[in-house]
Design a protein around this ligand. Structure first.
Ligand SMILES: [Zn+2]
Length: 105
């Protein structure tokens, strides 16, 4: 898979950090969290909805939790309904098989 300079469109090798044509820094896009939307078992507080959302979207879990608690009181129950919907609709993270490697990923 080739990487293209977003400024001049020159095809670059994947390992390129600068465009060989115009010198633009080729930004390396950090891998997005990439975790599926699941409710993890480890680290959850109630149902793991906030933790699952935070991990799936690479958000700060503390921020998600604070906004959720604030939303409980100031959204007229909308966040509460959304949390329950997530509790029901978001699948639980499957338990790792014994002997799976690496553990706890
Ligand atoms: Zn370029």
């Amino acid at each position: 898979m080739a990487v293209f300079c977003y400024r001049c469109g020159t095809a670059l090798p994947v390992s390129a950090r600068f465009c060989s044509n115009c010198g633009t820094v080729v930004s390396v896009t950090p891998p997005i969290a990439g975790r599926p939307l699941v409710r993890p078992h480890v680290g959850r507080q109630i149902a793991g909805v906030c933790l699952g959302l935070a991990q799936a979207n690479a958000w700060d879990v503390a921020l998600v939790r604070v906004l959720t608690v604030v939303g409980f009181f100031f959204s007229g129950g909308l966040v509460a309904v959304a949390y329950l919907a997530g509790w029901i609709g978001i699948p639980e993270e499957p338990y790792p098989m014994p002997g799976a490697y690496p553990p706890n990923v």
